[in-house]
Design a protein around this ligand. Structure first.
Ligand code: MN
Length: 210
């Protein structure tokens, strides 16, 4: 069954003023839809059992994709996975701090929220060109890093950059912020903390910890 574009869990304007409605509209309707369409085309071209794999399995097994479709499956499988995750990581009235087991892990593994924010902002700010900043669970611990393009930490040794189970990711492609912030990526990153949906990050943390 072909992959489909998931509905946004809120209106285009829900994240204003931090992320503007026009950016959300284009980002979801054009960019994410493009990844979904191109993923379906790459799966059809790849043949074999790629049509039967879940999105998770496509991303985790990208290293064994056929050479002719590997780049398309990597870019568009990653693009579909990353954006499907990203929309749910934000909400109107988000921000603040996490609680419970996630906050305890941030305290013990990353030195607390201030140091975590600093490390995440640095990962987002120093990713040259297009990519994502990530908070992942690796070996039971929280780790911060980044990947290029639409690579995802679940791709593991098939990519350069951080590996592990992603529980929080920030899109730092220019398409995610340029209309409102132009070249000011740090301002976009700073504003993004105001829309983080910590309930979803905590849900992914619990799932990753098993
Ligand atoms: Mn994007």
């Amino acid at each position: 069954m072909p992959h489909t574009l998931p509905d946004l869990p809120y209106d285009f304007a829900a994240l204003e003023p931090h992320i503007d409605a026009k950016t959300m509209n284009i980002h979801w309707d054009k960019h994410h839809r493009g990844y979904v369409n191109n993923l379906n085309n790459a799966i059809e071209a790849a043949g074999g059992d790629w049509a039967g794999k879940s999105l998770d399995d496509i991303v985790k097994n990208i290293g064994s994709a056929p050479d002719a479709q590997k780049t398309a499956l990597r870019n568009n499988g990653g693009g579909h996975f990353n954006h499907s995750m990203f929309w749910k990581l934000m909400k109107n009235g988000g921000g603040g701090n996490p609680t419970g087991a996630l906050l305890s892990a941030i305290d013990s593994d990353l030195g607390g929220m201030d140091k975590f924010r600093e490390a995440f902002n640095k990962a987002a700010g120093t990713r040259f060109g297009s990519g994502w900043a990530w908070l992942v669970v690796k070996g039971g611990k929280l780790v911060v890093g980044s990947t290029a393009n639409q690579d995802n930490p679940l791709m593991g040794d098939a990519i350069a950059g951080i590996s592990g189970t992603p529980i929080m990711g920030l899109d730092v492609w220019e398409h995610a912020y340029y209309l409102n912030y132009q070249n000011r990526r740090p301002d976009y990153v700073a504003a993004w903390w105001n829309v983080v949906n910590w309930d979803e990050v905590a849900r992914l943390y619990d799932a990753a910890k098993g």
